[in-house]
Write a protein that binds this ligand. Structure first.
Ligand code: C2E
Ligand code: CA
Ligand code: CA
Ligand code: CA
Length: 279
């Protein structure tokens, strides 16, 4: 029994070491990937329930890895967040997304706002405002066509600093959205302190919406909360007609999810600009 116990321990450290070296490897590869342009964006459309038309697009980063194929952000964003590579990567994402949105507008596509995820570490970096200003200047995208998605966790860190930065962004004309709303454990007081435009209801509340009365109650309450605060409300992760129907009846403003469109490579997106929701 004792020997067996030692063996387990041995396996355990081996597995741990493997995980560590795997992480180190990925970290080095990430540096190379940034230089080699291995990252790319996919775009997921958002549709306005009032008129059925496209009104926004979320940019989502992917990594075309030389050996492993396409990697999704769950695999590398947390690591990039830890080792700081999220700063150059995030800047690349922001610049690419703004460039792309300006290009769509120049091509005469219906104008949409481009939503870009901003990680907490990016948010805390020095001169974030300067960087964003430069990107908007360089690309020529008007600030109100950019929507930054931040998470509730920001409100728990340095509230003074966060609200100062958000106020500056807002005064530039940038739109601000709280992502994954309802999943953080922060107090709601930040909703009045921060200058926000949009609440984005987390996917976990939308999934199996039709089966669970309590999920319906939460979604209804978030929609009401948003309305009462004068904020726009988006539901993400809409996968079924039932969910869409519920959200539409309850006056949700915007929907996003696999039912309408998956994240799409840039070359395939054109038809989605013309697509309209029917009632
Ligand atoms: P998120 O911001 O909550 O993005 C939505 C995620 O849900 C995306 O996963 C999207 O593909 C997926 N999704 C959209 N509609 C549906 C649906 O109907 N059903 C289901 N099951 N999933 C749906 P993805 O692209 O793997 O991204 C995961 C997370 O990685 C994002 O969650 C975001 O937090 C982060 N992320 C993605 N791109 C970036 C980026 O450029 N910068 C930063 N900092 N984070 C990013
Ligand atoms: Ca998001
Ligand atoms: Ca989200
Ligand atoms: Ca999420």
């Amino acid at each position: 029994v004792k020997a067996e116990g030692r063996n387990h321990y041995h396996f355990y450290t081996e597995a741990l070491n493997e995980r560590l070296s795997e992480r180190l490897k990925l970290q080095n590869e990430m540096r190379r990937a940034l230089k080699n342009n291995e990252f790319f964006l996919e775009y997921q459309p958002q549709y306005c329930l009032k008129n059925g038309r496209i009104c926004g697009i979320e940019a989502l980063v992917r990594w075309r890895h030389q050996e492993r194929g396409i990697l999704y952000p769950g695999k590398f964003i947390p690591l990039a967040e830890e080792n700081g590579l999220i700063l150059p990567l995030g800047e690349w994402v922001l610049r690419s997304a703004c460039t792309q949105n300006k290009l769509w507008q120049d091509l005469g596509y219906p104008p949409v706002s481009i939503a870009v995820n901003l990680s907490p570490r990016q948010f805390r970096q020095k001169d974030l405002i300067g960087k964003i200003t430069r990107i908007l200047d360089d690309t020529g995208l008007e600030p109100h066509w950019l929507e930054l998605e931040i998470t509730e966790s920001l409100s728990m860190e340095d509230v003074e600093l966060s609200s100062e930065i958000l106020r500056k962004m807002k005064s530039m004309g940038i739109r601000l959205s709280i992502d994954d709303f309802g999943t953080g454990f922060s107090s709601l007081s930040y909703l009045s302190r921060f200058s926000l435009d949009t609440l984005k209801i987390d996917r976990s509340f939308i999934s199996s919406l039709s089966e669970y009365a309590d999920k319906q109650a939460i979604v209804l309450t978030i929609i009401q909360l948003a309305k009462n605060l004068g904020l726009k409300v988006i539901a993400e992760g809409v996968e079924s007609p039932d969910q869409l129907d519920f959200l539409s009846k309850k006056d949700c403003d915007v929907v996003q999810g696999f039912l309408l469109a998956k994240p799409i490579p840039v070359g395939d997106i054109r038809p989605y600009f013309a697509f309209e929701l029917k009632d």
